[in-house]
Design a protein around this ligand. Sequence first.
Ligand code: 0A1
Ligand code: ZN
Length: 890
Amino acid sequence: MQNFYIKPMRTEEPRPIRLKDYRPPDWLIETVNLDVSLDPNATRVRAKLKLKPNAAATPAPLVLDGEELKLASLKLDGKPLPAENFVVTPERLTIAQPPNRPFELEIETVVDPAGNTQLMGLYRAGTTYCTQCEAEGFRRITYFLDRPDVMAVYTTRVEADKSEAPVLLANGNLVAHGEVPGTNRHFAVWHDPFKKPCYLFALVGGKLARVADSFTTMSGRKVALHIYVEPGKEDRCSYAMDSLKRAMRWDEEVFGREYDLDIFMIVAVSAFNMGAMENKGLNVFNDRYVLASPAAATDADFAHIEAVIAHEYFHNWTGNRITCRDWFQLCLKEGLTVFRDEEFSADQRSRPVERIGDVRALRSHQFVEDAGPLAHPVRPELYHEINNFYTSTVYDKGAEVVRMLKVLLGADLFRKGMDLYFSRHDGEAATVEQFIQCFADASGRDFFPQFMRWYSQAGTPEIKVAPHYDAREKTYRLAIAQTTPPTPNQPNKEPMVIPLAIGLVGKDGADLPLMLDGRPLERGVVVLTQPSRTFVFTGIAERPIPSLNRGFSAPIKLSLPIEPDELRFLAAHDSDPFNRWQAVQTLAMSLLTANVAALRNGAPARDDEGLMAALGAILADEKLEPAFIALTLAPPSEADIAREIGRDIDPDTVFAARRRLRAAIGERHGAALANAYERMITGGHYSPDAQSAGRRALKNVCLDLLAVTEKSEAIARAISQYESADNMTDRMAAVQTLSLHDRPERAAALEDFYRRYSDDPLIIDKWLALQAAIPEPATLERVRVLTTHPAFSMANPNRVRALIGAFAQGNPTQFNRVDGAGYDFVADFVLALDPKNPHGAARLMGAFRSWRALEAARRARAEAALRRVAAMPASSRDVHDIVARTLADS
Ligand code: 0A1
Ligand code: ZN
């Protein structure tokens, strides 16, 4: 079958969906029997639905969602439904007067997986049939009540040609399989006994190899673990399998959560819009988050695989057993599950190093989002296109909000609240209020309404602290005030609950005992609830140095008058490793912002010997973890610096100031860096464990800082590391360092890299991204040429992310070229991609989100590109929504 459906032009502004308009469904679906007969262009889907009126509502018309669907037949209680009794379009199936009782509807549709370039619904990734139904993809398979509060028990029969799809999978447990007599086809029947919303439905069919293992749960049940990959890639699954088993054990130990089916399956596919998907019992993964070997994956890849495998597995309880009532509650599953995967990684690796990494990511994605036109609350109140709300705010700030619950309550009460949530809402579609109510009930504390503002108010709270020490009274006062800046549609903000973990550090580096209101301060946390308040600590015998927001206990911007030598003291002595790192970042940031201003005014940049001394001390501190030292040696990113400056940004001077600091570190600490480089070389076999990875991280930061000086021995060291590397982390780090130096050796290394890895798409993604991120004017043309390279394909989201995503989101100087050519290139690419994959196109368009913070010339060019995309009448709802919000005056 051809896909004759042509998308209508967007003629009017679509109506937004609002949280306040939520109504329970008029109809419920109790069971779904699916019979899917796979065929590349004409897959036949028979769906038998047992419907019943929802007791809570009066009988009403039945309106089922569809998208690009073609109805083949329709029966009600086994009899064909006369044409006059229903209305069908590709987008909707309406039965105006259904019987006012339970009944069975049998819907037959025909879909075209091979023609499905959106990768939503049933599609083909290479030759593998697979599905993606979150958020609203199930309606592209059959007409349905496609909303998460309609939960049903699914039985799925999948049939296919035996040679085309020897493996047939769906959610739940396998209950039957066999041949279809007289044909070359076979079938499998899967039953999932747990009620679920349709966004968790999945099926897979293809020629796939299986890696099998098992896990015995805490109650002694043996669960089969299967990972399916393209044949030939079986030897790259062991880290994913090991991560899965560790995640299963951790969830039992830390949250008391046991797996519930007899089998847990992961399928790695080559074309996937996002990272992975938590379909019940059948997770579908972007193959980059499954496949790893020392020769093909970096330490960062291994860490991501561990985190994503855990994230999807943890969804089995936070998302699947308890799902979301509606899509506004997305953070209920995502924020909570990110919190859980972050805690898992912290327990598996180094807690401080993981925390610093998470906060760096939060600041460079979520804080940027929160400061621009796409800012939205963790729980939005309105959307045009839900696909555009899989954001850092929902995921990462959502996780921070859960973390604050734990900071406020302490570990035991937090666990009690989680236990209550699991027991009270198992099998339900819940809301954020219901989640928070569990913590209120478990602790007897009040979270309503003020804590809920973390869900309803967008923007990053700004906390100003004025400290005062009174030597005579031996008191230390912290006057703390909060404000939250206006964000789109939210001009005025109410005060938030801000839990600040704090320490007052004495001369010997030890924390002073904290007495507040005559009592020891519980868990070292002060809680600000008013717009401002002064906290008075008594019995403070000496002037301390304040260490505030330890461990980043609240996702805020902190401003505190503090002297550079006090920051250096904290960098050397703070008992909170996060704030040791933060102290160095703060020192570096103040130098960088001052130098950006100087360079823009044509004035000379300055150096900071104090910062250099602090870095030297960290580098020499043998008690510190190498991974921590590596993080501390890396100056704030260009995005961080731009965010700190906030307005009138010239990305070229930001780059220049940062490069200058890196070179200064390389010059000043050349000997120590070279020494650390040698010390960090690990002999023996590669292991992806956190400690070895930390040693490599430090070694490679040293390599890079030495090379910025352009000294020939430093470049030679990078070349030699490139050539002799026995693992991808070291090879990649070396070629990355070389890529920043326009020398003949760079071209040679890039060519060699391509030759070595040309048949491995996931490694070629690294090669594409590396070239797209080179901060020099020739990059745009190089990227343009690479779009025609045989290794590139617009149909594959990983290739698009690697090349275009790295250019738009990872190359601030070249995307923001002053001639506007970077903006035009990305806008043109988005327009070309949009008809095929609106989801991917909208994500790329997010690169424009900080355009208003640019200096005037770039701002005008960016706006012109945005207006050009906005003027396209045929653009998708996804792209239109992003562009309209990006341009809106808030
Ligand atoms: N729930 C997934 C994320 C996800 C969302 C939408 C998708 O559709 C393309 C795919 C995946 C997660 O949090 O991992
Ligand atoms: Zn998730």
